[in-house]
Design a protein around this ligand. Structure first.
Ligand code: COA
Length: 127
């Protein structure tokens, strides 16, 4: 039987991502996003919005684990990919996988939304 082990939500201003990118450029990309995530966002008409939603998604996943980002859970331990229909999927790596195993979490789901000004995500952990 599937049970909900945690939920998380996050909302971020797209301008915050834009400002960080202007200031730190590729360093920010490399620290926070995986190459697949960067490629996807750069292929879109408004990359900042997709990056903001992914940033929010990582924070939301951190919240649904009950730990937040940092410590054992790094930014790139949580990767957002896609199904063929465009549904966002969570792939865990490294510390993310370890934490999920420790907490008995089998799957983490996310939903994203974005506008010109905000990126938003909700995450649910299932056990
Ligand atoms: C696809 C759709 C759900 C996106 O909603 P929206 O209000 O236009 O845009 P939002 O900003 O709220 O959401 C965008 C996010 O929806 C998510 N999304 C896209 N397709 C999805 C799907 N099939 N299931 C769940 N989530 C989906 C993505 O995460 C996307 O963000 P991303 O590109 O950064 O990953 C909506 O446009 C829709 O239902 N369209 C009709 C069907 C359609 O055009 N499908 C296209 C694929 S055939």
């Amino acid at each position: 039987m599937t049970m909900i082990a945690g939920i998380g939500i996050d909302l971020i201003e797209t301008s915050r991502i834009r400002d960080t990118l202007d200031k730190f450029g590729d360093r920010f990309f490399r620290r926070v996003f995986t190459p697949k995530e960067v490629d996807y966002c750069k292929s879109m008409k408004f990359p900042d919005r997709h990056l903001a939603a992914r940033f929010a998604a990582k924070e939301a996943v951190g919240k649904c684990f009950g730990t937040g980002i940092g410590g054992g859970l790094g930014w790139k331990d949580i990767e957002i990919t896609h199904s063929e229909l465009g549904e966002p999927l969570v792939e865990l790596h490294g510390g993310g996988l370890e934490l999920a195993q420790r907490l008995g979490i089998r799957e983490v789901r996310v939903s994203l939304s974005h506008t010109e000004s905000y990126g938003c995500a909700v995450a649910v952990a299932e056990k």
